[in-house]
Structures are given as structure tokens and as C-alpha cells.
Design a protein around this ligand. Structure first.
Ligand SMILES: *[C@@H]1O[C@H](CO)[C@@H](O)[C@H](O)[C@H]1NC(C)=O
Ligand SMILES: *[C@@H]1O[C@H](CO)[C@@H](O)[C@H](O)[C@H]1NC(C)=O
Ligand SMILES: *[C@@H]1O[C@H](CO)[C@@H](O)[C@H](O)[C@H]1NC(C)=O
Ligand SMILES: *[C@@H]1O[C@H](CO)[C@@H](O)[C@H](O)[C@H]1NC(C)=O
Ligand SMILES: [Zn+2]
Length: 352
């Protein structure tokens, strides 16, 4: 169960990592593995909203139908963003900041490349200076919840707390409130989407998976497998009907090394950029601090029929389920794998 051990490893990693920062926070942020409690005024924000009444199922309980557009159940996307326009590549890294993030940030800076960083609250309070640095470097700061718990297993109040505490700590460090959030494991349904929307957030899934998280597994994808996946995306660039929006991580050294090795080839054939830039939406609720557009590809796309520079991002038709690029469906875990993974992760959290 590769996914499960990766998740457990992440949990342990988070738990034993010492607090090394001297940063003084104004707020008292959550400690421990949860469940989180929201500020009362945050609950007010959803009290008038029309929130889908889907059940909070137990971790190992599979729904018998998909009435609520549950991504973990059948990759239902609903209103979630998940792709970029043809010719664009949305570059995202999850689970940071971590002690290997500076290696990634240095590389991105050296190629003037901006990325979207889906950060975990529990890691932000360990590495606040890295969040400030990433923001100052021009990356798009986004939310990956506080505790990395599967969101469809949380109550409405817990979902509010996971999103709003992470938003608040990012606002305290950077002065800006992210609009984008990525649910851990992609686990989201209409109830979670409705709560996110009522709080002013937009959910972001992906249409391509590097499988980089398997690089730290004894029997997962090898470097060669991940490199071959990149090579395929590069080869497909001229014929692809939609752009990529890929899943990557900056929590382990091998995942960062893999990104550094493979990004130059992607940059050569796609306009690699942030999620906000590729979908044409603001990164932050304050609306400012829009990311500086990344450089256009240095070759090839302009010589093919892919009209990179003439595709105008249109926020209104991004992320509609009918346009899904489902070529990577076979790469995803089956629902039963996900159920097992989520339940074992929860057990791991329980014992910590
Ligand atoms: C709430 O949302 C549901 C599902 O989208 C919809 O059917 C219903 O009409 C809405 N109710 C109100 C009061 O807006
Ligand atoms: C979503 O689907 C997953 C996988 O089948 C399941 O574990 C989870 O309980 C579901 N959540 C809801 C709210 O249906
Ligand atoms: C792109 O499409 C053309 C025409 O269908 C085809 O000849 C070519 O092999 C394709 N290239 C790739 C890399 O798939
Ligand atoms: C996948 O996409 C193809 C066209 O690109 C479509 O014909 C097929 O129905 C899709 N499959 C699913 C499961 O959505
Ligand atoms: Zn994650």
C-alpha cells in the first residue's frame, strides 16, 4: 500500500520535525493533529450558505452512489479547477514548506519560474520564513489545509477550521489571503466545495500526476518511470487539446530533484506558469500581488499548430467536467485503495 505508507511517513515527518524558527506569531495557531476548532465568527460566514447535505462518512465507508460528486469515489470534478488551457502548464507543489523547499525555490528562481505552492498549516508554522521567501519570490501561495486530513471525513466546522486557520497564518506572514485550495488526496465532494465557496475559496485538483510521491517508496515509481512520464508530456505538447495541471511535491528530496531534472524540458514546450495565471483568476482575495507571468516557451510550440500565445484564458469555462482530459485516469488509485489509504492515515493520526 504505497500511498498509505507515504501518507504515514508524511505524518511522522511532520510530528518529529523540531520547531526551529524564532518567528513570533500574533495568533495562537492550532497544535497537534486535530480535529481543529474554528473561530466562532468563521462559522457565521457559512451560516447563510446553501451547503450540500452530504454525509460525513466514516473513513472506511464507501458510498453506494455518487450523489455528491465525490472525487475519491469516481474522480467527479464538479466546479473544481483541474486543467490549464492548451499550451499552458500549471506548475504546483504540495505539502510544503519543508527543509527541502529552499532547494526547489533556488532552482525556480534561477529559471525565473513561478509556481503555485499548496502549503500545509502545520508546516507553515515550522517554516514561516520559507513562506515569506516563496511569496517574495513571486510564487502563488495557496492552501492545502492545516492537518492533511481527507476533507470528506470532516464535519462542516472542521472544514471551516482547516481552511481558515491556514488562510490566517498565510495572511499573517504575507499580507495576502489565498483563493485557491487543494484538498489532500484530491478528496472533495459538493459539501466541501460549497463550504470552500462560501468562504471565498476555489478548489484545485489536477489532470496529470507525476507520481513523484512514489519515489520515496521501496516499490513505487522509479526515477526512470517519472522521467518517462515527463517525456510523454513533452512529446504530446504539440497535439494536446488542453494544457496540463500536474501534481508534484516539495516535501522529499527525491521529489524536488525529479522536478529540477525534468522541468527544463517542459519549459521548452509549454508556457509553464501558476494556476492563477493559467486560468486567468486572481491568486488572492485582496486581488493584488498577481504573479509575474512566466516566460513563454523557448521553442517548438510556436512552430506547431498549438496557438500558445493566442489562447485567452477564460475563467468561465475552465474546469468544467465535460472537458476533462481523462488520459491519466489509469494512473489514479482505485476507490478501494483510496478508502484503505484514508482509513490507515486516520489511524496513524489517531495514534500520534
Ligand atoms: C441549494 O442547492 C441545491 C443544490 O445545488 C439546490 O437544489 C437548491 O435549490 C438550493 N437551495 C436554495 C435555497 O438555494
Ligand atoms: C467519498 O468517496 C470515498 C471513496 O469511496 C469514501 O471513502 C468517502 O467516504 C466518500 N465521501 C462521501 C462524503 O461520500
Ligand atoms: C500529432 O498528430 C499528428 C496528426 O494526427 C500525428 O501525425 C503525429 O504523430 C502526432 N504527434 C504526436 C507526438 O503524437
Ligand atoms: C475519455 O475521453 C474520451 C474522449 O477524449 C471520451 O470519449 C471518453 O468517454 C472519456 N471517458 C470517460 C470515462 O470520461
Ligand atoms: Zn498533500
Amino acid at each position: 500500500m504505497k500511498f498509505t505508507s507515504a501518507a504515514l511517513f508524511l505524518t511522522l515527518f511532520g510530528a518529529i520535525k523540531a520547531q526551529t524558527t524564532g518567528y513570533q506569531f500574533k495568533e495562537n495557531y492550532p497544535t497537534g493533529p486535530g480535529p481543529l476548532v474554528p473561530k466562532p465568527e468563521w462559522l457565521e460566514l457559512i451560516s447563510g450558505a446553501n451547503i450540500t447535505n452530504s454525509p460525513v462518512l466514516r473513513e472506511n465507508q464507501e458510498p453506494d452512489s455518487d450523489a455528491y460528486c465525490n472525487w475519491s469515489f469516481n474522480e467527479c470534478l464538479g466546479e473544481s479547477l483541474y486543467q490549464c488551457p492548451r499550451g499552458d502548464w500549471g506548475l504546483t507543489f504540495d505539502d510544503g514548506p519543508s527543509d527541502v523547499s529552499p532547494i526547489l525555490y533556488d532552482f525556480l528562481k534561477s529559471t525565473n519560474q513561478k509556481a503555485t505552492l499548496f502549503l500545509l498549516g502545520e508546516n507553515i508554522v515550522k517554516f514561516p520564513e520559507l513562506v515569506k521567501r516563496a511569496f517574495d519570490d513571486g510564487h502563488e501561495i495557496a492552501i492545502h489545509t492545516w492537518t492533511h486530513t481527507a476533507m470528506t471525513t470532516l464535519t462542516n466546522a472542521q472544514i471551516v477550521a482547516e481552511l481558515k486557520w491556514t488562510e490566517l497564518v498565510i495572511k499573517e506572514i504575507t499580507g495576502f489571503s489565498p483563493r485557491f485550495f487543494r484538498p489532500p488526496y484530491g478528496d472533495i465532494d459538493n459539501r466541501v466545495r460549497d463550504i470552500g465557496k462560501a468562504l471565498g475559496f476555489v478548489s484545485v485538483i489536477w489532470n496529470e500526476d507525476t507520481h513523484d510521491w512514489q519515489l520515496v517508496e521501496s516499490s513505487g515509481a522509479t526515477d526512470a518511470v517519472v522521467d518517462a512520464q515527463y517525456a510523454e508530456w513533452v512529446a504530446e505538447a504539440s497535439n494536446a487539446t488542453v494544457g496540463g495541471l500536474a501534481l508534484q511535491h516539495d516535501i522529499y528530496r527525491p521529489t524536488v530533484d525529479s522536478a529540477i531534472k525534468n522541468l527544463p524540458a517542459l519549459q521548452a514546450v509549454y508556457k509553464v506558469t501558476t494556476v492563477g495565471d493559467c486560468v486567468g483568476q486572481p491568486s488572492y482575495k485582496e486581488g493584488a500581488a498577481a504573479p509575474i507571468p512566466s516566460p513563454v516557451p523557448s521553442s517548438s510550440v510556436t512552430t506547431t499548430s498549438a496557438p500558445t500565445s493566442t489562447v485567452s484564458p477564460s475563467p468561465t469555462n475552465q474546469g468544467l467536467a465535460g472537458n476533462v482530459d481523462n488520459t491519466s485516469t489509469a494512473d489514479q488509485m482505485t476507490p478501494s485503495m483510496k478508502v484503505l489509504a484514508i482509513s490507515v492515515l486516520s489511524l496513524g493520526l489517531y495514534f500520534l
